[in-house]
Design a protein around this ligand. Sequence first.
Ligand code: UDP
Length: 323
Amino acid sequence: MRVLITGGAGFIGSHLAEELINSGHQVMILDNLSTGRLENIKPLEKNPNFELVIDTILNENLMDKLVEKSDIIFHLAAAVGVELIVKKPLESLTTNIKGSEIVLEMAYRYHKKVLITSTSEIYGKNVNGPLKEDDDRILGSPLKTRWSYSTAKAVDEMLAYVYWKQRDVPSVIVRLFNTVGPRQTGTYGMVVPRFVEQAMINEPLTVYGTGKQSRCFIHVKDVVKTLVKLIGEPKAVGEVFNIGSQEEISIEQLAKEIIRVTKSRSRITYTSYEKAYEDGFEDMQRRVPDTSKINKLIGFKLTYTLPAIIEDIVNYLKTNKRS
Ligand code: UDP
């Protein structure tokens, strides 16, 4: 099949491109390189089944052409990362909402199957767990920039769902929970690459808040394998699925684990959210997915434990020095 990946030079997109090419598909990626990097797709550069287009998903004429010649679309292009969202809320709102609308409109025009990537941010401050796909969203004020990402992604989900309901666009929605692994950068706020890089140079690991807040981390390879399986499943159309690990760990414990695995001499420091992000910043205390829906449909099993994930990132950073 001919597959279009928007945001394909990004952290998850580049792993997905590799997975699809290894499974015998032709892959075209569209990326404006705002957060994506050419370095991520270097292993694919010379592959005859790979094509790169450097442009934005907001370019409607181009999107029309790319969607027309694709069989399926994985829509991953988005402004992500809490720090980036807090710093540039306007850009993240327009890319995430307008961009998805264009992708869905083109999928409608040419009747193509599309997978929309959403996020666990959807659930906001709902600390119940494990969270099921139809659980409530609990958000703070719309004027708190952190919630702009959750809101934009909720609009994306609604668009995908109604394009399916009203216009028959075969869309699948996935909510990704804290995906980590090689090629992820800490520049936009993600905790694991930051802590691993800090540990590798024996710098303090910067825990925000009390460190009692918890997350579940999943290796990107487990995610992309699942995405490829899911897009081939007809019963996934018109549905939303959580994808994530259920191995819950507090951020403080994560810092200790990273220090242990990397045999680092780093210590742990604590910084307030206000200092780390902005005044009035609200974090979510807990975020654990219920993955029974996807497990029932296609079988869902993780191959990487947290220590294995950390080791994989360390090996990557040792062989790929950042510029
Ligand atoms: N975090 C931290 N130190 C950092 C970066 C993040 O303690 O250098 C915390 C952050 O406040 C949050 C958790 O780690 O509680 C996960 O942050 P991330 O941005 O990776 O993911 P998300 O908040 O979107 O789950």
